[in-house]
Design a protein around this ligand. Structure first.
Ligand SMILES: Nc1ncnc2c1ncn2[C@@H]1O[C@H](COP(=O)(O)OP(=O)(O)O)[C@@H](O)[C@H]1O
Ligand SMILES: [Mg+2]
Length: 204
């Protein structure tokens, strides 16, 4: 039996940072952002429908989809966001399930899926347990501004466009506070990891 862990959080709260912690413990992590990127590659069925619905102006000169521009378009328009999600999520789900199955067959006791829209897209129903990485608001804002090199106004708009961290925390089985130093987070992570291992029947 494998335990499937859905890892989520808000923008820039530390999902990738915690995903890296899992990898350092030799626990496989499925990155759904990467899957979304790969299913939209030039020539795929989803590529075709994205171009059909969003127009050729979403293409880069090498004819790949300009994901940054697409991101801006859907950020400003909830209807377009919904449409893009409808086009992309089913394929992401299928690839994710295939990867989970592969790791299951390899006998991995713990399998992590990093899913930014875990609750919003209903991917939480495919997980055995969910873990949300959160920070306080000002830390999230500061880290987002510095990582993406954007100003405060845009950063707070991006944060506000998401399901609130409070709501994600209330829905998740485990929550990990990443508001402080990386070492503090690592310590708290290791405690949660032990609980997950116990739940997964990990032999220590
Ligand atoms: N505990 C921490 N202390 C300082 N910086 C951090 C900490 N955790 C994450 N960061 C930084 O904050 C930014 C957002 O973290 P990241 O893991 O990329 O978030 P997410 O994947 O959730 O968007 C990155 O630049 C990362 O290096
Ligand atoms: Mg990330």
């Amino acid at each position: 039996m494998s335990l499937i862990v859905g890892l989520t959080g808000g923008i820039a709260t530390g999902k990738s940072t915690v995903a890296q912690f899992f990898k350092e413990e030799n626990i496989p992590v499925i990155e759904t952002d990467q899957i979304a990127k790969s299913v939209m590659q030039k020539g795929s069925a989803i590529y075709q429908s994205v171009v059909e619905h969003f127009g050729e102006e979403v293409l880069l000169t090498n004819l790949e989809i300009n994901r940054k521009l697409l991101g801006q378009m859907i950020f400003e328009d909830p209807k377009k966001r919904e449409l893009l999600n409808q086009l992309v999520h089913p394929a992401v789900r299928t690839v994710m399930q295939t990867e989970i199955e592969k790791y299951r067959l390899e006998g991995k006791k713990l399998i992590v899926a990093d899913v930014p829209l875990l609750f919003e897209a209903g991917f939480n129903h495919e997980m055995d347990v969910t873990l949300v990485v959160w920070t306080d608001e000002s830390t999230q804002l500061k880290r987002l501004m510095s990582r993406d090199e954007i100003d405060k106004a845009l950063a707070s708009m991006k944060i506000k466009a998401q399901l609130s961290l409070a709501e994600k925390k209330s829905k998740a089985d485990y929550s990990l506070d990443n508001s402080h130093s990386i070492l503090t987070t690592k310590k708290a992570f290791l405690e949660i990891l032990n609980q997950l291992k116990e739940r997964a029947g990990w032999e220590f």
